[in-house]
Design a protein around this ligand. Structure first.
Ligand SMILES: [Zn+2]
Length: 390
């Protein structure tokens, strides 16, 4: 997997387009900016694989914790099962057409990650539990999964809320230095031990630095210098959008422009637009899932709350401009009924539709950048947006 930048870059912003392609055949897999949707054990929640096949070039994120032990009772290691299976995660999860992204850890799920050099073990602290796994557990999972994009391991620091949310600069610097060292060693070992899987995958460097601008600049520079990095993930904690934009811009200005950079963006469409403007190329997101759980249906640029009584007799599709399987068959009234009678089918149908609209949103962004009208598109999108929160 590699990424190529197109020449188009928006004049007013740093928005740009590019594409991921297959190393061997140089076949375009997907254009950027694009989304990589979060899965649960390799499945997009509520969406079956036959429906997924209707979505072209959909990137999917796999969560390491889901695959370290595929059988929680026997503690059978995921890498042992995958090694015996021999054909990698695409085949194992039946996700052949989709680019797969293996994240080391989801920032949203853990409170902290530490690494003990003496024991060669990671400790992930998650809602009162501690999960321990070794350096080799992760390396073996990477080598047997054949994912298209693989994140380097890193330690995770969050602000010390007991200390009034103030960052401890010394600790942050120590953690950043340890993360750089871990990423360096990971690339060395992966490339030396298993050449082909390293060749096929894109190694993603993790850029950290908390909310400290200087620390972020320094960490971006040190990760950029690691040989073997094919792209970057900019690790930014949930914060105000303006703060996220600032940290993204500082990180990006210190990264090589010929490599792709990604961020987590499950918050809103406004967040995606703002970060595209900073030059972010791919987005790890569970936004369609979050919308669907709250009964919302996207009707670009709007989102409608289908719980609302106003849709009880509305025979329009969820969006007049959507060609997804749900819009071809069902009405707003039907979804309103399913939600109000607490039928589980509502989630399935909303998830299919919202995922299709979300992908459509990224196509609109790509088109706007290609025609050098991203700034105008962003302004118009935000100005015309009606959000039905009732
Ligand atoms: Zn639809």
């Amino acid at each position: 997997m590699k990424w190529n930048v197109f020449s188009e870059q928006d004049k007013e912003t740093n928005a740009r387009t590019g594409f991921f392609s297959n190393n061997a055949a140089d076949k375009v897999i997907c254009k950027t900016p694009h989304c990589i949707l979060v899965t649960s054990r390799g499945s997009l929640p509520h969406v079956t694989n036959d429906v997924l096949s209707e979505f072209p070039c959909l990137g999917l994120q796999l969560e390491t914790f889901d695959f370290l032990w595929l059988n929680s009772n026997s503690k059978l290691k995921g890498s042992d099962i995958l090694r015996e299976f021999g054909a990698g995660m695409h085949e194992y999860c039946q996700l052949q057409p989709h680019p797969l992204y293996l994240s080391f850890v989801s920032q949203q799920q853990v409170d902290k990650i530490t690494f003990s050099a003496k024991r060669q073990q990671f400790h992930a602290y998650q809602r009162g539990n501690t999960i321990t796994f070794s350096w080799s557990d992760y390396l073996e999972l990477v080598q047997t999964s054949y994912c298209d994009m693989v994140e380097c391991p890193s330690v995770v620091t969050k602000d010390d809320s007991k200390n009034g949310g103030v960052w401890d600069s010394n600790r942050l610097q120590r953690d950043c230095e340890q993360s750089t060292q871990l990423q360096y060693e990971f690339i060395q070992q992966w490339s030396q031990q298993h050449g082909p899987s390293f060749e096929q995958s894109m190694c993603i460097g993790v850029v950290q630095g908390g909310m400290k601008e200087e620390q972020r600049r320094r960490h971006a520079q040190s990760i950029s210098q690691l040989n073997g990095i094919g792209g970057f993930y900019i690790d930014v904690l949930p914060a105000k959008l303006t703060e996220q934009q600032k940290l993204a811009s500082i990180s990006i200005s210190n990264l090589p422009p010929w490599l792709p950079r990604g961020m987590e963006a499950s918050g809103s469409l406004e967040q995606v637009l703002a970060l595209v403007g900073c030059g972010v190329d791919y987005f790890i997101s569970s936004y369609p899932y979050i919308l669907s759980t709250h009964g919302y249906a996207l009707d670009l640029p709007h989102k409608n709350n289908l719980w609302n009584i106003q849709y009880r007799n509305n025979t329009d599709p969820l969006s007049l401009h959507c060609s997804c399987p749900v819009c071809r068959r069902y009405t707003r009234a039907y979804l309103n009924h399913l939600l109000n009678t607490h039928e589980m089918l509502a989630m399935t149908l909303l998830m299919i539709h919202n995922s299709a609209q979300y992908i459509q949103f990224f196509h609109q962004i790509q088109q706007a950048i290609e025609t050098k009208t991203f700034g105008a598109f962003q302004k118009q999108f935000l100005a015309s947006r009606r959000v039905d929160d009732s």
